[in-house]
Design a protein around this ligand. Structure first.
Ligand code: 3PG
Ligand code: MG
Length: 392
């Protein structure tokens, strides 16, 4: 991959705008994992060390565009960044008209997704963002799959655009790890919705030898196989798509296993009691919040037998202690396995932190969707934009 890199540029006294992925999981205004913040620190320190005036830009969550909302404010991120950098980080609420920043200072712009035109990659907005800086640094690997004004658009219009060290390292590591993976390859894809991961699941089937689905995605597969799911989160519109994926897996000689048992609760709450149900015995008023103990053992055994594990997305609601066991079993199995393991995604990073298994994972990516799209073989739009700027 050929693009300009931050470490090749003269940064002293330049306004350096770094696009970060500080989209961290938040719980009541506190980040539950600051892994993505920590991953961004070396780039920020490098820019400061070279005498740059540093402006940071990120999105957080999926707020309604054009509307400020305290719920999606980067204020907790600014606070935590200041601690990690051991220097003040000023959060600027309105920044499209310009940012005053001196060499050695750090300003964090409020959530990029509060601006109308961000998601549609509006050219006017991209040009406005580009005008804030002398050098734009794309370091948000986790958001490189989004062609948005602050990721792809700005690269086309910034005076200079380059890749940051985190983005470069992520691309290098994934390329190296996935070019000729040790087989069999097992992918574990959890998360809430099949709809957002449909094409990824389809593409993964032809690349991996086994695919485990978890979370809300698994519920859709469970329902697609005719089992009751009660009040569980699932997508009725995607039952056919799930059935097609199951058939594709069979044709390719692999399978998408269903859990044998699950943990259910009567409601979605931290204090809800967990009851083990066999997969065909979920009641109408119950919701599935985790895999059951038999399934956890079966999945852990599958992990022990493979050469490479790709993990994105929790298996259950691991934030609730009563429903953490399934995701913990996967994390522990990966930790103990000698397989080459790659994990990515905001929630996955939070789970790795919570279960303290970071040392047992071969490579941890800050990307979730971006990581999966890379694995799928797709071109990441922000990377493509950097490459095409390099050719000009
Ligand atoms: C992520 O967490 O996947 C990235 O930050 C992108 O966020 P998005 O899925 O809301 O675009
Ligand atoms: Mg995502």
């Amino acid at each position: 991959m050929s693009f300009c890199r931050m470490d090749e540029l003269e940064l002293a006294n330049k306004r350096v705008l770094i696009r970060e992925d500080f989209n961290v999981p938040l719980d009541a205004g506190r980040e539950t994992s600051d892994a993505r913040l920590r991953a961004g620190i070396p780039t920020i320190e490098l820019a400061l060390g070279r005498g740059a005036a540093v402006i940071l830009l990120s999105h957080l969550g999926r707020p309604i565009e054009g509307q400020y909302s305290a719920e999606f404010s980067l204020a907790p991120v600014a606070e935590q960044l200041a601690k990690l950098l051991d220097r003040p980080v000023r959060l600027q609420k309105d920044w499209l008209d310009g940012v005053q920043v001196q060499p050695g200072e750090v300003v964090l712009c409020e959530n990029a997704r509060f601006n109308p035109g961000e998601k549609s990659n509006d050219e006017g907005l991209a040009r406005t963002i580009a005008a804030l800086c002398d050098i734009f640094v794309m370091d948000a690997f986790g958001t490189a799959h989004r062609a948005q004004a602050s990721t792809e658009g700005v690269i086309r219009f910034a005076p200079t655009a380059c890749a940051g060290p985190l983005l470069s390292r992520e691309l290098y590591m994934l390329e190296t790890a996935l070019a000729e993976p040790k087989r069999p390859v097992l992918a574990i894809v959890g998360g809430s919705k099949v709809s957002t991961k449909l094409s990824v699941l389809q593409a993964l089937l032809s690349k991996v030898d086994q695919l485990i689905v978890g979370g809300g995605i698994a519920n859709t597969f469970i329902a697609a196989c005719g089992h009751p799911v009660g009040k569980s989160l699932y997508e009725p519109d995607l039952l056919h798509a799930a059935q097609r994926l199951i058939r594709s897996a069979h044709k390719l000689g692999s399978e998408i296993p269903l859990p044998k048992d699950v943990l259910v609760a009567s409601g979605f709450s931290k204090d809800a009691e967990a009851t083990v149900r066999s997969i065909d015995a979920v009641q109408d008023d119950e919701m599935i919040l985790d895999i059951g103990p038999l399934t956890a053992v079966a999945y852990a055994e599958m992990i022990q037998g493979v050469g490479t594990v790709i993990w994105n997305g929790p298996l259950g609601v691991f934030e609730f202690e009563n429903f953490a066991a399934g995701t913990r079993a996967i994390a522990d199995a990966i930790d103990m396995s000698s397989a080459f393991s790659i994990a990515g995604g905001g929630d996955t990073l939070a789970a790795i932190d919570q279960f303290d298994v970071a040392d047992g994972v071969s490579y941890i990516s800050t990307g979730g969707g971006a990581f999966l799209e890379y694995v799928e073989g797709k071109t990441l739009p922000a990377v493509a934009a950097l490459e095409s700027r390099f050719k000009d």
